[in-house]
Ligand binder design. Structure first.
Ligand SMILES: [Zn+2]
Length: 147
């Protein structure tokens, strides 16, 4: 998989910035709404009758949590584009790790340069803030579910 070009990085950065602005706007207004809803539920006696509202509020707070998670991922991706991340934008750190482990095995010819593992462009077009390739994303999610 080829490394993203400078033009592509600029494009991804622009997309990520837009998504970040949209999400931040969403989270702000959703939080306002959720907090307004909780102000109205001040009395505990009242809460029993408010099952549906509480469910809605929980649902909304769940959405906010997801969006905040996404915002974090987007901010990290922008850092990676700017060279301030933990690894290069567009690479899967898990693939790099696996490649380095394989290269370190005895009997293997020592790799002279740093391992590279670029995430397929189609995936970055769809999900520019992706941290991993599809395969490692699935592994990561399975690990999180069982944790
Ligand atoms: Zn990977």
């Amino acid at each position: 998989m080829p490394k993203p070009t400078k033009t592509e990085l600029t494009k991804y950065r622009r997309i990520l910035k837009q998504q970040l602005a949209t999400l931040k706007g969403d989270v702000g207004s959703m939080r306002d709404e959720a907090l307004r809803a909780s102000d109205q539920d001040a009395s505990v006696d009242h809460l029993a009758d408010q099952g549906t509202d509480n469910y809605d509020q929980g649902f909304m707070l769940g959405l906010i949590e997801n969006e905040e998670e996404t915002i974090k991922l987007i901010e990290e991706a922008i850092d990676r584009i700017d060279g301030e991340g933990d690894w290069s934008f567009g690479q899967c750190p898990q693939c790099i790790e696996a490649a380095e482990v394989a290269a370190a095995k005895p009997g293997k010819k020592k790799a002279g340069k740093k391992a590279e593992a670029w995430i397929p462009k189609a995936r970055l077009e769809y999900l520019p803030w992706a941290r991993y390739c599809v395969q490692h994303q699935e592994t990561e999610e399975r690990n999180r579910e069982s944790a």
